[in-house]
Write a protein that binds this ligand. Structure first.
Ligand code: JD8
Length: 250
């Protein structure tokens, strides 16, 4: 899987990309992240990447020429076969489904704007997809691009360890995760639930599933509508809802 990132701040992105799982996946040749400095594709003496907005109003807008030159020269012939993703607050909202969709491609281009954003012609005639990572305002597209690379790369075969991949599959049910504990068994008097020390794997699995359902019901009930639930899950949820009713009416 190959990512081409177009940014004015390649150095800022570099450190994160070399760390942790993403760094190892790049060393192993499983993923490639190439950072392209948009400023390297300017042609004027001052290497200008931004200009004042037509119509006034203050702030600066990223000029179209360096961005078109950058993306066209890097992607070359393959331009019309590679998704060109523009990160903006107006895009469709990123989630695990969008991550899965993007992971189907072998190569992706990501354009990171700064200032007030990019000239509209970049959006209309260069980008093929527009994504937002959520409803809050950031100062540029670099963090959104890193988040997308992180979420997409870990779906790529081989990027996660076998153990991590096995967990990923078992947690693809669309529920929140159960609590995790490690040693010591008692910390400042706070004890690890007895069931986790029991060695009874069936009981442990049942406890974890109930915890997942309980957490999802209380914190993200909206997720239950799309979750993969079997009959046992539904019975547990019915039970939890009854307990809730008894508490509020008792
Ligand atoms: C790209 C410039 C800042 C945005 C004026 C100054 C994504 N979920 C998201 N929130 N914010 C962004 C994002 C923000 C950006 C740029 C992405 C380029 N800005 C602008 C409009 C209002 N500020 C984002 N993906």
């Amino acid at each position: 899987m190959h990512f081409d990132v177009f940014t004015l701040l390649p150095d800022v992105m570099q450190a994160y990309l070399h760390a942790s799982i993403l760094g190892k996946a790049q060393q192993a040749g499983l993923i490639y992240v190439k950072l392209h400095n948009i400023r390297d594709f300017t042609t004027d003496r001052h290497r200008t990447t931004d200009d004042e907005p037509y119509g006034g109003g203050g702030g600066m807008v990223m000029k179209p020429e360096p961005l078109f030159t950058a993306v066209e020269s890097v992607l070359g012939e393959d331009l019309n076969r590679i998704p060109v993703v523009l990160l903006t607050p107006q895009g469709r909202v990123f989630n695990q489904g969008v991550a899965r969709e993007l992971a189907q491609h072998t190569r992706l281009a990501l354009i990171c704007g700064r200032y007030e954003g990019v000239d509209e012609r970049v959006r209309r005639h260069l980008a093929t997809d527009e994504i937002s990572i959520g409803d809050y305002v950031l100062t540029g597209g670099e963090l959104p691009a890193l988040i997308i690379i992180d979420a997409v790369a870990r779906l790529y075969p081989g990027v996660l360890s076998d153990a991590q991949a096995a967990k990923k599959d078992s947690h693809a049910s669309g529920l929140l995760e159960h609590p995790h504990y490690t040693r010591p068994a008692s910390f400042r008097g706070w004890k690890v639930p007895e069931v986790l020390l029991s060695g009874d794997h069936a009981r442990i699995e049942a406890w974890r599933r109930e915890q997942s359902l309980r957490r999802t019901l209380h914190r993200r009930p909206d997720m239950l509508e799309h979750a993969e639930l079997d009959e046992a899950d539904r019975n547990i949820l019915d039970q939890l809802l009854k307990e809730e009713h008894n508490h509020s009416s008792g």
